[in-house]
Design a protein around this ligand. Structure first.
Ligand SMILES: Cc1ncc(COP(=O)(O)O)c(C=O)c1O
Length: 374
């Protein structure tokens, strides 16, 4: 036991020394420039009212699902919700997962065999890396959004080949060049998989995603969409063919060996989609993104991003943390993203914009950023 305690205390001490110790913070009273609640759905009174009125139609609901989807946990409600989600995103089928993390673990650990190749962008989300680690495939990494670097990897790839990208990168906010990627995938007979966690609800007509917006639904082998960000609820789905859905039901361990989400979770997702279809929530967000970018001064290292995720590079854990603290002291909840979450030298402040941020608040935040970060 002594050696375990020593391992833990040494690891934590090292984190402290590097200024990278993670701690949990309870909810904050600062203005939200941090959450993934891009459309304000998680705090939407209208959505709560819709949920409560829909719930009244199901007085006999169970609190829990009672088991995995393959045993006692399935329902007509979940299957109908999947079809509704598939239709909305112009996909043949959808399969629900309990989170985006589970969805990525589930698809990448099951879809490959020894001898296959998964090629990922270097900035890909940790859940994809973990899914690939659970597979027997060879993993190659290509330089961020660099098609030449990808093609070099494609030329030496063996077996079934998968190219994996995020349509909007979670730590940079920029877009993958999806059209070019789909051409390369076709040329090398590779399957393109796109994680749309940060594009769902934000891009495309009514928030159908960037893959839909670019007319690539039929070119993409699978899309991962999540409900914990713009949809304001929790959970995820993998979009693809009926064959892929059936494959995942049979082989994806994070789908098979876990208790299905409850009826309440599924109802919340259904209501969030209902709300999404009712109005154009994307234009007000676009207006806020434009306003923020226009009001940041030119000498600040603001990365190029048309998404709700805006990044200011402030190299150094100590420097990024101090800058974030100063902005927080001015009343704005922004967070520093430190190494090892991002590469050393690319530490940053990550600012998330939302429909519940007023234009005046965004301008005040920009003025503070302009003053504090020089
Ligand atoms: C790109 C990406 N994929 C997947 C996930 C995981 O989704 P979830 O939070 O639903 O587990 C996240 C969330 O951080 C993400 O940013």
């Amino acid at each position: 036991m002594k050696s375990i305690h020593k391992f833990m205390s040494d690891s934590l001490a090292l984190r402290k020394e590097n200024n990278s110790l993670r701690t949990l913070k309870a909810e904050s009273s600062l203005l939200d420039f941090c959450s993934n609640d891009y459309l304000g759905f998680a705090r939407s009174n209208n959505l709560k009212l819709l949920f409560e009125s829909e719930l009244k139609k199901h007085p006999n609901y169970n609190m829990g699902s009672g088991g995995s989807r393959l045993l006692a946990g399935n329902s007509t409600f979940a299957e109908e919700l999947e079809q509704e989600i598939a239709n909305f995103h112009h996909s043949e089928a959808a399969l629900l997962f309990n989170s985006g993390y589970d969805a990525n673990i589930g698809i990448f650990s099951s879809i490959t065999q020894r001898g296959d190749t998964i090629i990922t962008d270097e900035y890909i989300h940790a859940s994809i890396i973990d899914g690939v680690r659970l597979s027997h495939a060879t993993r190659y990494v290509f330089k961020h959004n660099d098609l030449e670097s990808l093609e070099q990897k494609l030329k030496v790839s063996k077996g079934k080949i998968f190219i994996v990208v995020e349509s909007i990168y979670s730590m940079d906010g920029d877009q993958a060049p999806l059209i070019d990627l789909s051409h390369l995938a076709k040329q090398y007979d590779a399957a393109l998989i796109v994680d749309e966690a940060h594009a769902t609800g934000v891009f495309g007509e009514l928030g159908r995603g960037l893959v839909y917006d670019l007319g690539l639904c039929d070119q993409v082998f699978a899309r991962i969409i999540t409900f914990g960000k713009a949809l304001g609820t929790h959970g995820a789905a993998i979009l693809g063919t009926e064959q892929l859905r059936s494959f995942l039901i049979n082989f994806s361990r994070s789908f098979i060996y876990t208790t299905a989400a409850s009826f309440l979770s599924h109802l919340a997702i259904k209501c969030a989609y209902q709300q999404l279809k009712n109005s154009d929530y994307q234009s007000p967000l676009k207006e806020r993104i434009k306003c923020f970018r226009e009001s940041i001064s030119a000498d600040i290292n603001l990365l190029n991003s048309q998404s709700a995720i805006q990044i200011i590079l402030i190299p150094g854990n100590k420097e990024a943390r101090e800058a974030a603290l100063n902005i927080q002291n001015a009343g704005f909840d922004v967070r520093a993203i430190l190494s090892p979450t991002v590469a050393q030298g690319t530490e940053r402040i990550r600012i998330c914009l939302h429909n519940h941020n007023s234009i005046a608040d965004i301008q005040r935040l920009s003025h503070n950023l302009n003053d504090i970060i020089k």
